[in-house]
Design a protein around this ligand. Structure first.
Ligand SMILES: [Zn+2]
Ligand SMILES: [Zn+2]
Length: 404
């Protein structure tokens, strides 16, 4: 402690407590006199210096705590405590010092508790972020890093739980942390058990990619390519149908650790994941992806997509996409000049191609809105040219009864 000032206002001397004491004793002028300075003796001066420093540290701790700087606050409070202990050495009347010391000790306990709550909050936040990022990768290509995310989440929650148990944390908070921990563990375990889910996911992506490529080829008039793509897609939908036989969607079980859909057994309850349908199901995190917002298809969806592919394939094989109108085009536009007739003919052909593409994608006659959105021409052009969608489809070679 080198920052003690000489108690004489006008004297610039400063040094350690012992140096200042010697300095005051040695100076002969009337100002350097303990009595004149208002102290009984040197000990009272020492007491006052330490006490003042203690007050000072307490004030700095109060500010640090207000800023959420808990370690800083605790350090200042410990310094205050030390100063009060020193002050006590130099006085007989201990009561005021004792009050200050117990006040500091109480504050330390409060700050430590706040620090723990903050640490727990941070751990729980970290775990939630890790779970979110694990969920994003759950059935994707990065399954390994999903496992790591779930492990990080579980580690953080275990630390949070340990802190919470060692402190006076409300039991609702402890329960909530336990619930989150169970959830992270189930997610982790579900990854190990999700081989079948992953293959469903891959087949689905593959099947839809081929179907989309088929639609595009069809739209471009490349019917052989379209046929191949549709066939590839159809094969995958059929494998999907087989793969999905492992899963059931209408057999809820009473076991809270068993998934209603894949029937795998978990170490913990899986009650936090549910999917809705004809019956509500309690499912594992992987099967939760069969939800309408998830990325796994249910059997009915697969069946619908498969059926529409079979129809597309049959349509192409039967050449049932209406090219018969080209010949009578030139007679219709006999009064126009040839250039216009040609251009109208090409447009009309393209209009019908696009209409058939949309019709086959949807599996039913498109609405005006769908024509607006999915063709280059828009509904008014079809209305102008053909009267209505049904007539346009007939012009494209479909029977009336097919398009009703
Ligand atoms: Zn002095
Ligand atoms: Zn499951």
């Amino acid at each position: 402690m080198t920052d003690v000032h000489c108690p004489v206002q006008t004297c610039p001397f400063e040094g350690t407590m012992a140096e200042v004491a010697t300095h005051v004793d040695e100076r002969d002028d009337e100002k350097h006199d303990w009595g004149v300075l208002g102290f009984q003796d040197i000990d009272e001066f020492r007491h006052d210096v330490h006490f003042e420093k203690g007050r000072n540290f307490q004030e700095r701790a109060r500010k640090a705590r207000g800023n959420g700087e808990f370690p800083e606050a605790i350090q200042r409070l410990e310094e205050a405590l030390w100063q009060y202990q020193r002050a006590q050495l130099y006085t007989d009347s201990t009561s005021s010092i004792a009050d200050h010391r117990s006040e500091v000790l109480d504050t330390i306990a409060e700050v430590e508790a706040a620090e723990q709550v903050q640490a727990i909050d941070e751990l729980v936040d970290r775990a939630e972020n890790a779970i979110d990022s694990g969920d994003d990768k759950h059935l994707g290509v990065a399954s390994n890093s999903a496992a790591r995310e779930y492990e990080d989440a579980a580690d953080a929650l275990e630390d949070a739980l340990e802190l919470a148990m060692s402190r006076d944390i409300p039991s609702a908070r402890v329960q909530e942390i336990k619930r989150r921990l169970r959830r992270a563990r189930v997610c982790r375990q579900s990854l190990e058990l999700s081989e079948a889910h992953r293959s469903i996911r891959e087949l689905t992506v593959d099947a839809r990619d081929h179907a989309t490529a088929g639609d595009k080829a069809f739209h471009d008039g490349e019917y052989e390519v379209a046929l191949d793509e549709y066939q590839e897609a159809k094969d995958r939908y059929e494998s999907l149908g087989v793969g999905l036989e492992e899963f059931s969607f209408n057999e809820p079980t009473s076991d809270p650790t068993e998934c209603d859909v894949c029937h795998q057994q978990f170490d913990e309850e899986i009650s936090s994941w549910r999917i809705e349908g004809e019956v509500d199901l309690v499912v594992c995190p992987s099967c939760a992806r069969f939800d309408s917002r998830g990325n796994l298809p249910r059997p009915r969806e697969v069946a619908t997509e498969h059926r529409s592919l079979v129809e597309n394939i049959e349509d192409i094989q039967n050449r049932n996409f209406g090219l018969g109108w080209t010949s009578d085009e030139s007679t219709d536009s006999s009064t126009s000049n040839e250039a216009v007739a040609e251009s109208t003919g090409r447009d009309k052909r393209e209009m019908l191609m696009q209409l058939v593409g949309v019709y086959q994608r949807l599996g039913e006659p498109p609405t005006a809105k769908e024509l607006d959105e999915q063709t280059d021409f828009g509904y008014p052009a079809y209305q102008h040219e053909f009267g209505n969608v049904e007539e346009a489809l007939v012009a494209a070679g479909f029977d009336h009864k097919e398009v009703d």
